[in-house]
Design a protein around this ligand. Structure first.
Ligand code: AHR
Length: 326
């Protein structure tokens, strides 16, 4: 669909260096959901590489994107779950380039190491939209935009909660997948606020089992730890299990602060087992669809589309918990 226009848009954007620096508000810059969908136009052919089905957040994100990129919405979606392997994602992106899709969308498992394949996409004239995760690529024209949360702001928000509610706490930082945009930026944001309170760190790779096992080891290595900052809810719930298994009381002896806002984590928050949750909203399929339509049509889009989030504390209501679909 509108191949020439899309490629023209890439050229017109002139790369990251010349893009407008300001982050524009989503509501201002995007057409309403569904605008331009369906009809008799050729479908927008999208190749989407999801990094994995690693947990409940990721499953909800995939479902949201799949339900927004249907043939009825004007899309022909090729979806690939790439098992948290960068080599696999690169191979899949090359397949999308060879298939000459209208737009590539992908969620990079780690932030480094994408320059070569992004150069290949750029040189083939296939625009790339980052979904959720960020890259460190500074390649001119490497990608058009990124749709996803502000991970650094999430880390800062968690840090502000700790500074206000647990200023003397000794913190174990339970990190996500090392080198991922979410891990790096959440850590940077958190440390910028309460770095002096962190006594230990290790990765639980964003999984519940990882969170449980790594927290169990951390409680032995650093017995003074009385607060865990988990980079996501699945790990936080694993940390709660580890605290209990160590004969300690979650929420009393060891507090847990988390990021995501899944239903199970909000339930644990209401029950006092988790102390604070910073929301990272995975349900941005409609926003992504609006961006992809515009990119495929050769229209300009902002170079950053921020999915907003909020903080939850124990005042979370039953209605808010029940409203969660993930
Ligand atoms: O990139 C976003 C993070 O990835 C979410 O916080 C986490 O749950 C997911 O795996």
């Amino acid at each position: 669909m509108l191949r020439r226009g899309a490629r023209g848009a890439l050229g017109a954007l002139g790369g990251r260096g010349s893009r407008v620096a300001a982050v524009l508000a989503l509501a201002v810059v995007l057409a309403p959901a569904g605008c331009g969908a369906g009809g008799d136009a050729d479908p927008v052919r999208v190749g989407f590489s999801q990094l994995s089905a690693e947990g409940s957040w990721r499953a909800a994100n995939t479902a949201s994107i799949r339900s927004a990129l249907t043939p009825a919405d004007g899309f022909e979606l090729t979806f690939s779950d790439d098992q948290r392997k960068q080599e696999g994602q690169i191979a899949v992106l090359r397949g999308f380039i060879a298939a000459d899709v209208d737009v590539i969308a992908f969620s990079p498992v780690v932030q480094d190491g994408w320059d070569q394949v992004l150069r290949e996409a750029r040189d083939a004239g296939v625009p790339v939209v980052l979904v959720d995760r960020s890259t460190t690529s500074r390649l001119d024209g490497a990608y058009v935009t990124r749709v996803g949360a502000d991970f650094r702001a999430e880390g800062e928000r968690a840090g502000r909660w700790v500074r206000e509610h647990a200023p003397g706490a000794r913190v174990f930082e339970l990190q996500g997948t090392l080198g991922s945009g979410a891990q790096v930026a959440r850590q940077q944001g958190f440390r910028a606020v309460v770095g002096d309170q962190v006594v230990g760190e290790a990765t639980g790779a964003f999984t519940r089992a990882g969170g449980r096992d790594v927290t169990a080891a951390a409680l032995e290595a650093w017995p003074e730890v009385d607060l865990v900052f988990a980079h996501n809810d699945d790990m936080a719930l694993g940390a709660v299990e580890a605290v209990r298994a160590a004969g300690l009381r979650p929420g009393v002896d060891v507090r847990v602060v988390s990021v995501d806002g899944t239903r199970e984590a909000l339930r644990a928050l209401a029950d006092g087992e988790i102390a604070h949750v910073v929301e990272c909203d995975p349900l941005f399929g409609e926003q992504l669809a609006a961006v992809l339509r515009r990119v495929a049509a050769g229209e300009r889009v902002p170079d950053r589309v921020v999915v907003p989030g909020r903080g939850f504390d124990r005042s979370v209501t039953e209605a808010e918990i029940e409203a969660r679909t993930y």
